[in-house]
Design a protein around this ligand. Structure first.
Ligand code: AMP
Ligand code: MG
Length: 483
């Protein structure tokens, strides 16, 4: 293979011993065909694929031809899935290496859908085209919404069928992440009860992600604290744009604080705190409004893993960890309130703001109004479904809001603030589905047009209105796991 791509691998995770990973190559595929390549991300990573023809690109992004210095592995991890603990691991993904960009950032390059590994259990190790494209669209959209996330570099069809409820086209997604270390990675190692292994993972994570706490007095406690802060930041961002992850198991929570594992996720149209899209989430464990509390639950599982490292005296360690976990509500509440204040253009604080915000949300809920478009309306950005905003109750709310605004900010300032946090466009479910349907039929134009719009969600763009129409039948929209 021509080697002017600029891969710059330094595969530290691969150098960790058993049981952290299994050394394994992607399973070759029959007839690879590259269908998506993220050129702007490639540029950010200082990767240049322009010297490769379609066949070479397809061989590369299907895992049929690995780059020279890659050391491909499947990572071990465990997880609480809907509350139940299981030993898992990369059952259908391999990390081909850690690429260092010019700016000296380290990125995991992972193939998802790359065949069986030691962790596959009963799975086939493969993924279908639709879900991989779905992850591509939504993760890229999250990035441009300014939300920490893994990203998508490429999708290649495998030329093989995967059997789900029906036969589907197989595909491999190339995922880029700060790392794929999860709360579940700690759980896997902690469950083995070997302090040396736990220390090794712990030191690895601090060195890779949080070197700023290398010199702190109680590193383990500080790690818990920084991960807690990162996760609060993340979930507040999800709440800001109406994102529902759908499967917030501990194996899907990144230690680096990125949104990871786009399975049955979706964006809420009509504001309803209880919104759930995932077909398997019958009890609504991962509903929109439960995301903060589940984040705290997952962080508590993380804290449990760290106990032996926090203090030699277990009771003391538990007490210290609990104190950190107990800061969650107050910190979350403050961050959430700050975020919601920004959404309605308030740059300063008044103790009555919370009521103003909650009244708006209650009105949206009661009247089944679109979440994203309501903020567009408040920014004087007209979307199609505007009649609802002539409602009396809403007019009264607006009067209160305008009085509050007039306390200090100038009109231009508050609009600028709102425009920086309220997206004009999100990946709406019916548009995602339509783009996937067309791509499955071989037409990638809709997906590419959509991605272009999603790459500037805070900017007015030509044709934007067609992407702002809420789904007509959102209440019945379901997303599926087993992707
Ligand atoms: P996910 O739902 O993608 O977060 O995956 C949960 C666990 O199931 C992970 O350990 C995956 O590697 C594994 N898994 C999901 N789909 C497959 C598959 N088709 N084959 C093997 N393992 C899978
Ligand atoms: Mg997962």
């Amino acid at each position: 293979m021509k080697n002017n791509i600029n891969w710059n691998f330094d595969n530290t995770y691969s150098r960790l011993p058993d049981p952290f990973r299994e050394k394994i190559n992607p399973v070759k595929v029959k007839n690879p065909e590259l269908v998506m390549l993220n050129k702007s991300l490639a540029e950010d990573l200082n990767l240049d694929f322009s010297g490769l023809d379609q066949a070479k690109l397809s061989a590369l992004f299907s895992g049929n031809e690995l780059p020279n210095n890659s050391r491909s592995i499947a990572q071990a991890y465990a997880g609480h899935q809907f509350g139940h603990f299981t030993m898992l691991g990369d059952g259908r993904a391999v990390l081909i290496g850690e690429h260092i960009s010019k700016s000296n950032h380290r990125y995991d390059i992972q193939f998802k859908g790359s065949g069986k590994t030691a962790f596959s259990r009963n799975g086939d190790g493969r993924a279908a085209l639709g879900p991989m494209l779905r992850e591509y669209i939504i993760s890229e959209s999250m990035h441009f919404l300014n939300i920490p996330t893994t990203r998508s570099l490429a999708v290649a069809k495998t030329g093989e069928k995967v059997i789900r409820e029906t036969q589907l086209e197989g595909a491999i997604l190339t995922r880029v992440a700060s790392s794929h270390i999860r709360v579940g990675t700690f759980q896997y190692i902690a469950a083995r009860n070997k302090k040396g292994e736990l220390e090794m993972l712990f030191e690895y994570v601090i060195k890779r992600h949080y070197p700023e706490i290398e010199s702190s007095k109680n590193q383990a406690l500080d790690l818990l604290n920084v991960v807690l802060n990162k996760q609060i930041e993340l979930v507040v961002n999800w709440m800001r744009v109406g994102f529902i992850h759908g499967v917030m198991n501990t194996d899907n929570m990144s230690i680096a604080g990125e949104t990871i594992d786009y399975g049955p996720c979706a964006f809420m149209d009509i504001y309803d705190p209880k919104t759930v899209f995932s077909s398997i989430d019958k009890l609504g464990r991962y509903a929109y409004c439960n995301q903060p509390i589940i984040t705290k639950w997952n962080l508590s599982r993380f804290a449990e893993c760290l106990i032996p490292l926090i203090n030699g005296d277990q009771d003391k360690a538990i007490k210290l960890a609990t104190e950190v976990i107990d800061t969650f509500e107050k910190k979350y509440e403050e961050k959430w309130l700050g975020m919601m204040r920004n959404k309605i253009g308030l740059a300063d604080e008044d103790e009555k703001d919370k009521f103003l915000i909650l009244d708006l949300l209650t009105w949206m809920h009661k009247n089944k109004v679109d979440y994203t478009n309501t903020f567009c309306h408040l920014m004087n950005f007209q979307t199609q479904n505007d009649i609802v905003y002539e409602n009396n109750e809403f007019s009264n709310w607006k009067k209160r809001w305008q009085e509050r605004l007039s306390q200090n900010s100038s009109s231009e300032k508050y609009i600028n603030l709102m425009r920086s946090v309220n997206p004009l466009v999100i990946p709406r479910n019916h548009i995602v589905e339509d783009a996937l349907k067309k791509a499955n039929q071989g037409n990638f134009e809709p997906i590419n047009n959509f991605l272009k719009i999603l790459s500037s969600p805070y900017t007015d763009q030509k044709h934007i209105t067609e992407y702002q129409i809420p789904s007509q039948s959102d209440e019945n929209y379901q997303t599926f796991c087993g992707t």
